[in-house]
Design a protein around this ligand. Structure first.
Ligand SMILES: [Zn+2]
Length: 465
């Protein structure tokens, strides 16, 4: 028997007996549901969503659209009913985008063409002849500018440098600079951003860069410049939340629903050399895998729970919860009949001692965490208040927050830590702990089943705001 056939037999047999190895009794009526939560299907879903082909699922991108179609197909297979547009599984909207034109830049110094590294962003078209001032940052704070200026960007040593540079650009733009020529070395990561700037990007109201930013080599700015910069290409892109419902079995309680969510998007591409794909395995292909696998588990129940259960994935979380805001402002289920939101974030990388455990954000804001734990304990999974992560900060850092702002009990549940691969090209599937993740999903099933049964109703704590 060769090694790989042995391994194959081992892998095939593993999931079927996995829960038998776990120290909890499965009521016969839930057997099919727990069997639906297995390492094989978890591996399949998370590997697809975090594959290089998904190019980091940026908002907007063709890859995110494909990922939404995948989730919709999973909801359909789980036997859910569409709760999106016209009974479909997609709640689609259009967002404004801007892109940098592929060509049209002219840069001459004293009549001689100067090689450039491309536009990182564009604004209105610019045609300029004259001097270009070098700005070092030592100018008096009240200095204002006219026309294009130039700054030097040193190599990045960390995300902080990129953030500071974006702030400088925004400041100089606010001081009147019509265009910013950034001088960089030829392997500077910004060049990667310029290369990708031709892909339509969401027009951001906060934090994004706007206006003409051209990357040039380091140079003396002597003499007269001729600068022609094309305007940005404005457009629209379609983005979708995916939404499906398992209608409850009780005539009254089925009008109420618990909502289980996760964000589908990630940050896309980064850098210029080598691996530029932020695969977003833990953030948040694991959360989406949790949602579609829970849909399978609930869909496998002979009798649906008394309350309805809604499953949803969002676009635009990395752009500050845009998909979740779109939903709570255009709900397809009455917000007043929405019992709670269980948002799943990053459940694939347990910290030491964290195996088969998950924690909730903003723990003290309601009793949702303790209630979920009451149920998850039946599957041998602990849901607890994490000394470091269960406070305010992370509570406001994911898609549960727009629901909370609408007065709904809403928390995120994670099962790991903010590890060094967070938002990096190194957030790969191979680093996930699939057994842990599968167990946590089993725990979330047991916990949310407890809520969907109608036996308990989470309440916001008095001091929730
Ligand atoms: Zn995330």
């Amino acid at each position: 028997m060769n090694f790989c056939r042995f391994v194959l037999i081992l892998v095939i047999s593993l999931p079927a007996v996995s829960f038998a190895q776990n120290k909890f009794e499965i009521p016969p009526e839930l057997k099919a549901s727990y069997e639906a939560i297995n390492q094989r299907s978890v591996t399949a879903a998370v590997s697809f969503l975090a594959s290089d082909e998904m190019k980091g699922r940026d908002t907007p991108s063709p890859e995110l659209t494909i990922a939404s179609a995948y989730v919709a197909a999973r909801f359909k297979a789980a036997g859910l009913e569409g709760l999106g547009d016209n009974g479909s599984f997609l709640q689609t909207t259009e967002i404004a985008t801007s892109a940098v034109p592929v060509s049209g830049v002219t840069l001459k110094q004293n009549g001689k063409a100067v090689k450039h590294f491309g536009l990182m962003s564009a604004g209105d078209a610019i045609s300029y002849q004259g001097q270009v001032q070098l700005v070092t940052g030592d100018e008096p704070r009240d200095t204002t500018f006219e026309g294009p200026i130039s700054i030097v960007a040193e190599p990045f040593t960390g995300p902080r440098d990129q953030f500071n540079l974006m702030r400088r650009i925004a400041r100089y733009r606010g001081k009147g600079a019509s265009a910013i020529l950034i001088q960089v070395d030829q392997n500077h990561p910004l060049i990667g951003s310029a290369k990708r700037a031709t892909r339509p990007r969401i027009v951001q109201t906060r934090g994004g860069i706007a206006g003409a930013v051209l990357l040039i080599p380091k140079m003396e700015l002597t003499g007269k410049f001729d600068l022609e910069l094309p305007g940005q290409i404005n457009g629209q892109a379609k983005v979708s939340n995916t939404i499906g419902v398992l209608r409850g079995s009780d005539p009254e309680l089925s009008k109420e629903a618990i909502i289980i969510t996760a964000h589908l998007d990630h940050v896309g591409l980064k850098g210029i050399v080598g691996d530029t794909i932020c695969n977003g395995a833990d953030d948040n292909a694991t959360g989406v895998t949790g949602v579609v696998t829970l849909a399978d588990a609930f869909g496998a129940l002979k009798t649906p729970p008394k309350r309805s259960v809604i499953f949803m994935t969002f676009w635009g979380e990395e752009k500050r919860f845009l998909g979740a805001y779109h939903y709570v402002n255009n709900p397809t289920w009455p917000l007043g009949k929405t019992v709670c939101n269980i948002n799943i974030e990053m459940i694939g990388r347990p910290e030491p001692g964290g195996f088969e455990k998950a924690w909730g954000t903003g723990w003290d804001k309601s009793d949702l965490g303790p209630l979920l734990n009451e149920g998850s304990q039946k599957a041998g999974v602990l849901i607890f208040s994490h000394p470091q992560f269960s406070g305010e900060m992370l509570f406001r850092s994911s898609d549960n927050f727009p629901f909370f702002e609408k007065g709904i009990v809403a928390h995120s549940f994670s099962a790991g830590s903010l590890h060094e691969d967070y938002h990096q090209v190194t957030d790969h599937v191979e680093k996930l702990e699939i057994r842990h993740m599968t167990r946590v999903i089993q725990g979330l099933f047991a916990g949310s089943l407890h809520l969907a049964s109608g036996e308990v109703t989470p309440k916001a704590s008095a001091v929730q705001r």
